[in-house]
Each structure stands twice: as structure tokens, then as C-alpha cells.
Ligand binder design. Structure first.
Ligand SMILES: Cc1ncc(COP(=O)(O)O)c(C=O)c1O
Ligand SMILES: [Zn+2]
Length: 395
């Protein structure tokens, strides 16, 4: 169906690339984005046709690569109306009545990384690659290892030595080769870059191939479908590499390109940890690109990304959607995780819990109005963070 995929385009300089062969970054060093024939896609992309499709992210076939999907049932995660949590968030003279949690912890391998890896491994398999490799903060490695197993392609996962143990175990169980380094995800990225040519690896690093964004953008399509063809006013997204934020904004542009929505956009809020907040720092200084964040440290391992490659794209999207960026402490996110769990029955990753803190602050400040529809992204399950939660629950 996706003969609709026309080409790849540089997100910075606009240079075009052939989508039928392996591509990574633009010659200018920035990420490539997939472009589709949206007029053609719009012909079959309707609420009516979607009704009868599989309840996975592959239901949006018109705007995804057209190789046979490597799928484990990712996507179509619950959008939970968080009434009790919303009632606890003061907002002017009222409270947040329309607060929702998009629970990505229910994806295969317990995080939204499943979406990106399903799309990336699908396309990599279509291109006939022989081995996959990626640096990871944790969840992306587990997801890559699972989809590589399902595709029958060997995978190498490079992770910081202090990555949560569940992430290490799952990669090993899925049969991937695990390389542990004393360093951060940026060091792991360098390791993959240095070894990939000699070893014949296809580099699946965040934004260094064009299709993880394609998988993650389906979160945006799902919001549109689950809200009955409308979008929320505000989206809180825990931002490490920023792929989900970039992907959702891309989905909204495509939906507009297909005539399914008008020009309004949800205000995107990038939530980071105080111990690693390159985007928040750049946002507050009104800069269009981020500086490397020194000595990055946070228990939200997915947010420990000191130098995100998509910094300019993330900052552009915050500006264009009239959004903002906010940092929270580890202590606050662990406390908020207990609130989310005890009020709503959702046991979140610390990254997801961080959005609760940010929403409470922006509701109290009047940045959010009581009538507005607000979505918090719980990007992963709390079950994989036993080290972090053990400490918090004993405290
Ligand atoms: C649970 C969780 N949330 C958020 C993130 C950050 O994701 P992104 O790269 O899309 O900003 C990660 C990345 O590892 C993660 O594992
Ligand atoms: Zn370029």
C-alpha cells in the first residue's frame, strides 16, 4: 500500500535521497525523514477503512514502509482518562478534568521503543541487511533485540554498564550480543559508529536511520483516532532523543496533508530530568540548538541523553507548536510515579512519571486551562525499573 513512500528528505537542508536503498544521515550530518504521496494515501486513509484493520500500528499502512511487517502486536495502546489524577491537579479555580495517560508500557517489551524498532527492523529486513546494532539507554535495546529475533537477524546492543538489569537480561534472552561500556549512551553511539563498517552492522541509532521515527509517529495517529478525529490541546512527552516528539509532530503534518485535520497543533511539552536537560537549557536560553550536557545523571535512564542528534528539530517543534520544555528532579518523578500508580493503577517508568510532575507545575501556573485536553505519555512500564523503584519505595 505504501508505494506511497516517495523519498527521504533531510530535516535540515532539504536534500532528497532514494528510499529504495539503505540510507542513514544526510551529507550535512542531520537526520532524514520519510516523505509520502499524501494525496494518494488520503484516498484510502479514512475512519471507515481504519475500522476493520489490525489493532496494531500497522493499521496506518498508507504512511509506513510497505515491506511485510515484523510485528509483535505493537501500538493501539490504551488512552486512559485519568480522572483521579486530574482531580488532584489544581488549575486556576478548577482542576484538570480532561487528563489522559497514553500507556505505552503495554507495548511488546514494555515500552514505546517497540514501535520504532518494529518499523526500523521491518525496513532493514526489506533492505536485506545482515546485522543490526544500536547504542541504547535501555528500552530501545530490549526492543531492537526482540524485533531482530523475530526477523531472524543478529543484533548487537551497546549499553552503559549501569543500565537497568531488566534491559540487560531481556537483550540476552532475545539472543542479542550485549556490549557494556563504562560511559553514557553518547559513548555507546561512538562505539557503534567506530565498529559498524568493519563489522557490517546496520546502524539503528536514534535518528541515524529514517524509520524509527516512522514507527513512533504512529502515537500521533493513534491520538487522532482515539480522540475521534481530534487532537488534544497539550502533550507531555519525556524527551531523551526526542524521536517520539518529532514523530508525533510529523504525524500531525501528514494528517493535515491528507486533509484530516486543520492547522492547529497540540502544544508539545518536552519533559527532561534536571540531571540531564540539554533541551530545557537551550529552550530557556532561546537557542535553536542544544549544547552537550556535562555529567549527565538521572534514574530515568531513557532521559540520560546528553547530546541528542535531533536537538534542532525538537526545539523547532516546541517553538512551532507554542509548547515549552521543563525539567524535574529524580525525587519528584519517583514521588509522582507513586501518585500515578496509586490513583490510576498505572505503574510507570520514571520517564513517564516525570510528565505528571511537569503537568502539575504547568496546571498550577495557569499555562494549562481547566477545560483543555491534556495527554501524558507513559513511555514505558515501571516493571523494568526495579532498582529505581526499590529505592523509592523503601524511602
Ligand atoms: C521509557 C523511556 N521514555 C522516554 C525515552 C526517551 O525517548 P525519545 O528518544 O523518544 O526522546 C526513552 C528512551 O530510552 C525511554 O526508554
Ligand atoms: Zn542535510
Amino acid at each position: 500500500m505504501s508505494s506511497n513512500l516517495i523519498e527521504l528528505e533531510c530535516s535540515a537542508c532539504g536534500k532528497k535521497y532514494d528510499a529504495s536503498v539503505e540510507q542513514h544521515l544526510c551529507t550535512c550530518g542531520k537526520p532524514l525523514l520519510a516523505r509520502y504521496d499524501l494525496k494518494h494515501a488520503a484516498g484510502t486513509f479514512t475512519f471507515e477503512t481504519l475500522k476493520d484493520r489490525p489493532r496494531t500500528m500497522w493499521r496506518y499502512a498508507e504512511v509506513l514502509p510497505d515491506d511485510p511487517p515484523v510485528s509483535l502486536g505493537e501500538g493501539m495502546t490504551p488512552l486512559v482518562h485519568a480522572k483521579r489524577l486530574g482531580a488532584s491537579m489544581t488549575c486556576g479555580t478548577g482542576y484538570l478534568e480532561n487528563l489522559y495517560v497514553k500507556d505505552e508500557g503495554l507495548n511488546p517489551t514494555g515500552s514505546f521503543k517497540a514501535r520504532g524498532m518494529s518499523a526500523a527492523v521491518t525496513r532493514a529486513k526489506g533492505l536485506g541487511v545482515k546485522a543490526l546494532a544500536a547504542p541504547t539507554a535501555g528500552n530501545a535495546g530490549g526492543a531492537l533485540a526482540a524485533y531482530a529475533a523475530a526477523a531472524g537477524i543478529p543484533a548487537v546492543i551497546v549499553m552503559p554498564a549501569d543500565t537497568p538489569s531488566a534491559n540487560v537480561m531481556e537483550c540476552q534472552a532475545f539472543g542479542a550480543k550485549v556490549v557494556k561500556l563504562n560511559g553514557l549512551i553518547s559513548d555507546c553511539g561512538k562505539y557503534v559508529a567506530e565498529h559498524k563498517d568493519r563489522e557490517g552492522w546496520y546502524d539503528v541509532s536514534t535518528l541515524k536511520e529514517p524509520y524509527r521515527v516512522e514507527g513512533k509517529k504512529t502515537m500521533g495517529y493513534e491520538l487522532w483516532e482515539q480522540f475521534g478525529g481530534k487532537l488534544p490541546h497539550v502533550i507531555f512527552y519525556p524527551t531523551g532523543g526526542g524521536v517520539g516528539l518529532i514523530g508525533m509532530c510529523k504525524a500531525f503534518d501528514e494528517l493535515q496533508g491528507m486533509g484530516r485535520i486543520a492547522s492547529e497543533r497540540p502544544r508539545m511539552v518536552a519533559v527532561q530530568a534536571e540531571g540531564c536537560a540539554p533541551i530545557v537549557k537551550a529552550w530557556e536560553a532561546h537557542q535553536s540548538s542544544a549544547q552537550f550536557f556535562p555529567n549527565a545523571a538521572t534514574i530515568a535512564s531513557g532521559l540520560r541523553v546528553p547530546g541528542p542528534l535531533g536537538d534542532q528539530l525538537i526545539l523547532r517543534m516546541l517553538r512551532q507548536t507554542k509548547g515549552t520544555a521543563i525539567a524535574v528532579t529524580d525525587k519528584e518523578m519517583l514521588h509522582a510515579g507513586r501518585e500515578l500508580a496509586s490513583l490510576e493503577g498505572i505503574f510507570a517508568a520514571p520517564e513517564g512519571a516525570a510528565t505528571v510532575v511537569a503537568a502539575r507545575i504547568l496546571a498550577a501556573s495557569g499555562w494549562i486551562k481547566p477545560y483543555e485536553t491534556v495527554v501524558l505519555f507513559n513511555t514505558g512500564t515501571g516493571y523494568k525499573y526495579s532498582e529505581a523503584w526499590q529505592k523509592a519505595l523503601q524511602a
